[in-house]
Design a binder for this molecule. Structure first.
Ligand code: HAM
Length: 424
């Protein structure tokens, strides 16, 4: 026997018994995003590496160590997209979608990061991304956040997630704050763990994001970004908070929320599950007013978020067991040479009249008994039977598989009417 080839670690197959749940999730997300007036945009999975280095930031975990980067046959450095915001901005600038106009966009698809796989963290994962361009007001931040809250309600997981909110202020205010933070952590250098010592040089704000319990006291006592906001960012943040409060949305103010990508300013937020486990952020986003200009476009305010679909699926699967596994409503059995020749043509005519009907044809053959066994296992409501007898009488037999009812013999026209009356 030949050796079996397995999938790449952290890249998962989604099997038929899970796809119904995935479809339910995807349909709900798309419906809600569309209902807020957002339109779908699609873009490639591979981009120039430079796009991510210039947007996400050279000294972020993603760009430093998580990208799938390779040289193509022309020697160009390309990367599998680790996220969608930078690509959405690239496409928007390239096609003139962002210049002097408002755009509300969404996208859905796979992203790639070479992280250490564990539950909720994969190397290929799916995101829904939603981005609003051209609006600077805090009301659009509120719209975006209220949309995420609606997603959880529609999916029935609103009791399992909490919103964390922070403001990073303007780039200038953040640079000032960074100096204070470096001063503080330098004074407590001896108490820093290895990761934070490294971050002190490269990305000091990320020290606030440390999950190490031994670092928490030091982090809690650190200078607060929220206390160093510039006046405009403060007003923006206050208005956003009022909008959310007046809509009845509860949130936790989290001064340590800094996000792992460099492009953010002002509002940042994450939805976290109350479940235990390290990978508990199901959705994250914020404002990124400098990115369009940084990537060569005209200065354009922007705000958005991305949902990690696998993490939502994990929540749905553990807490809201939705019935999965699509069941055929009718199962067609045919036996005898004539029936086999005429059966599929008959079924195609039925499908023409009954496009909603889920109908499985037993093409595997065998005697009636074997076929009935499969019909029963399929979970179908009725078995439709075509044998020599039915052929000669121009009828089809309908056997109820789930109820104690008499089998009936129907003509093709009667069968169509019969199924129509069942409100398929
Ligand atoms: P992010 O925080 O890097 O932000 O990712 C957003 C979400 O994607 C995370 O909260 C998580 O649910 C999911 N996610 C990230 N990495 C993984 C992984 N390895 N396995 C499974 N799920 C993962 C962004 O990507 C930004 N582009 C969000 C954004 C849009 N900001 C503004 N607009």
């Amino acid at each position: 026997m030949s050796a079996i080839i397995q999938a790449i670690r952290g890249m998962n197959d989604i099997l038929p018994d899970q796809t119904e749940l995935w479809q339910h999730l995807e349909t709900t997300l798309k419906r809600v995003a569309s209902s807020y007036g957002y339109q779908e945009i699609r873009f490639p999975i591979v981009e120039k590496t430079e796009l991510f280095a210039r947007s996400i930031g050279e000294v972020t975990d993603i760009v430093e160590k998580e990208m799938y980067t390779f040289n193509d046959r022309n020697g160009d450095s390309l990367s599998l997209r680790p996220e969608g915001t930078a690509v959405c901005v690239r496409a928007g600038i390239e096609h003139g979608l962002l210049y002097n106009q408002i755009q509300r966009l969404w996208y859905m698809g796979p992203m790639f990061r070479h992280e250490r796989p564990q539950k909720g963290r994969y190397r290929q994962f799916q995101q829904l991304g939603v981005e609003a361009f051209g609006i600077a007001s805090p009301e659009i931040d509120a719209e975006i956040i209220l949309m995420t809250a609606r997603l959880w309600r529609e999916l029935g997981i609103d009791q399992q997630v909490v919103l964390h909110l922070n403001s990073l202020g303007s780039l200038a205010a953040r640079a000032q704050y960074k100096i204070k933070l470096v001063e503080y952590f330098t004074q407590h250098h001896a108490a820093l763990d290895e990761d934070s010592t490294r971050r002190l040089q490269t990305n000091p704000l990320r020290i606030l994001d440390s999950k190490n319990p031994q670092m928490q006291a030091l982090i809690t006592a650190a200078p607060r970004l929220l206390e160093h906001l510039d006046a405009e960012s403060q007003t923006h943040f206050d208005t956003l908070r009022k909008c959310l409060e007046s809509a009845g949305l509860r949130y936790t103010l989290n001064p340590c929320l800094v996000r792992g990508l460099d492009y953010y300013n002002r509002t940042v937020f994450e939805w976290m599950t109350t479940e235990t486990g390290a990978q508990n952020t199901v959705c994250a986003g914020g404002r990124y007013d400098g990115l369009v200009e940084q990537l060569g476009g005209a200065a354009t305010p922007a705000v958005g978020f991305a949902v990690g679909l696998e993490r939502i699926i994990n929540l749905l699967a553990t807490n809201n067991p939705i019935k999965v596994g699509q069941q055929p409503q009718a199962y067609f059995i045919m036996a005898g040479d004539l029936a086999k020749v005429q059966g599929l043509a008959l079924i195609e005519r039925l499908r023409n009249h009954l496009p909603q009907l889920i109908l499985t044809v037993d093409c595997a053959g065998g005697n009636f008994k074997t076929q009935f066994k499969r019909a029963d296992k399929s979970g179908a409501t009725w078995a439709l039977i075509l044998g020599d007898q039915e052929i000669s009488s121009h009828k089809i037999a309908v056997k109820y598989l789930r109820e104690q009812k008499e089998q009936v013999l129907l003509s093709e026209a009667e069968l169509i009417k019969f199924i129509e009356q069942q409100k398929v």
